[in-house]
Design a protein around this ligand. Structure first.
Ligand SMILES: CC(=O)Nc1cnc2ccccc2c1
Length: 446
């Protein structure tokens, strides 16, 4: 209702409601539309997932970085008609600055690389796990935020960098129990598109726009694709040839069409041979229709997909050799990928691979009467100093309540601090699995 809230009907300019400490109106306890809370159970799963992301990145010698979730809007203004641009979560702040919640991490990473300039040792191998935002009409009921794992290599022009990145993703999949019969990577190069467009002397500046249109190939009718291509100035003949080439599923066929001289073929051949050496050949396949939906990719592009075809892309990435120079930096070769936190969880559910994560504590410590609360606290501290996890009962509770809590938090041991034992320097220790109960000297408790 806006105006008539707490302070009764207000006239003239809306003034903030009077600060009162009683509840003036029931607030909505749900998180904002399209966003999630992470109560303990969900947070354990999220931590498990992010721990695996970080372990794989560490295994490959990558260093973790992070950036503000809020960036200047200018960082994301691209003219190629990307969906991520239409859904930018942008606004004007109180200093009248145009800002945006980041929709992806790569532009921030590029900004930091340029900021660091020559002071960092190339090649850079950086990774990040960060929340990304989009603002889309809730009609679609989709989430407005998700977390993305990114790994990027800056300063390596050869496709060994792309091969290394895909190797890291394969390592992650294996680590969580996913095999090449569950998922695969569709791999292509935007140089395929580039070579076809050049043969029809289409100006380079249309390249990004054409890629974004082509990326919608499985999302909108083919006639709309042709129409959009015509609108940006691609001739019907060129569009036909483009769509023909995009249906090629083998490198041999592609070589027949493009000839063996171009970079697209040599990059892809090198990549497939490296995949063999890395040992993940059975995970990847050439598919010329993969272009990805981000305008800045310039070379190899890849996306992880579930072989049952039930889910959206699991992850995606590629080479973006021009992004840093468009931000005014040096012309630095770069490649990377983004891996969202949503589809992978759906896939793990489908495959019955979700880990069973419960709260675990080693000890629950309880005073048997309230005069021993201090004693119980000293026992808890002693155990914690030894690195043991302790849930300390903070108020006097009936034993029935303590046993119930011990079971719920999966405590291994119940430590009871009773008066007669305490006076003899002892505490009572009950192993909850076996029920075995013993008296232990405080000094020997570990
Ligand atoms: C499946 C899912 O949650 N996707 C998702 C959710 N939020 C986003 C926010 C920004 C960019 C991409 C996003 C993608």
């Amino acid at each position: 209702d806006g105006g008539a809230g707490a302070g009764g009907g207000r006239t003239g300019a809306l003034s903030p409601p009077p600060v009162t400490d009683e509840v003036v109106q029931k607030i909505d306890v749900n998180p904002p539309k399209g966003t999630r809370d992470f109560p303990p159970e969900e947070m354990r799963l999220r931590n498990w997932l992010f721990h695996n992301f970080r372990e794989v990145s560490r295994l490959s010698g990558f260093e973790e970085v992070d950036f503000p979730v809020l960036e200047s809007e200018a960082l994301f203004i691209r003219k190629a008609g990307e969906e991520i641009r239409d859904q930018l979560y942008c606004f004007e702040d109180r200093g009248n600055r145009r800002v945006a919640l980041r929709p992806e991490l790569t532009p921030s990473l590029a900004r930091l690389v340029i900021q660091k300039g020559k002071s960092v040792p190339f090649p850079l191998k950086w990774f990040a796990v960060g929340q990304c935002w989009r603002y889309e009409r809730m009609t679609r009921g989709r989430r407005r935020e998700h977390y993305q794992w990114n790994m990027d290599i800056i300063g390596v022009p050869e496709v060994t960098a792309e091969a290394e990145l895909m190797s890291s993703i394969v390592t992650f999949f294996k680590k969580v129990g996913i095999s090449s019969s569950d998922v695969g990577f569709k791999v292509s190069s935007r140089k395929v598109l580039q070579e076809v467009l050049r043969s029809y002397s289409v100006p380079e500046i249309l390249f990004g726009k054409v890629c974004i249109i082509i990326d919608k190939i499985e999302k909108i009718p083919i006639d709309d694709i042709k129409n959009e291509l015509k609108l940006v100035g691609i001739s019907e003949v060129a569009a036909e040839e483009l769509l023909q080439v995009l249906s090629i599923k083998s490198l041999e066929k592609l070589e027949e069409v493009l000839g063996g001289a171009g970079e697209a073929i040599s990059d892809l051949k090198q990549l497939f041979s490296l995949a063999e050496k890395f040992g993940y050949s059975d995970w990847i396949q050439f598919d010329a229709s993969v272009v990805r939906g981000l305008a800045y990719y310039t070379g190899i592009v890849f996306e992880g997909f579930d072989r049952e075809g039930k889910l959206r892309a699991i992850c995606g990435g590629g080479r973006y050799d021009k992004l840093l120079s468009t931000f005014g930096g040096d012309d630095l070769p770069a490649c990377g990928f983004g891996f969202g936190d949503a589809v992978i969880i759906e896939l793990l559910k489908e495959k019955g691979l979700l880990p069973n994560l419960n709260q675990q504590v080693e000890n629950i410590v309880c005073a048997l009467d309230k005069n021993l609360q201090g004693a119980a606290a000293s026992v808890a501290t002693k155990l914690r100093e030894k690195g043991q996890t302790v849930d300390l009962v903070l108020e006097s509770k009936p034993l029935k309540w303590v046993f119930k809590r011990a079971a719920r938090i999966n405590a291994q041991r119940l430590i009871l601090v009773g008066l007669s034992e305490w006076q003899r320097g002892m505490v009572s220790v009950k192993i909850l699995a076996s029920g075995e109960q013993t008296e232990v000297e405080l000094a020997n408790l570990e």
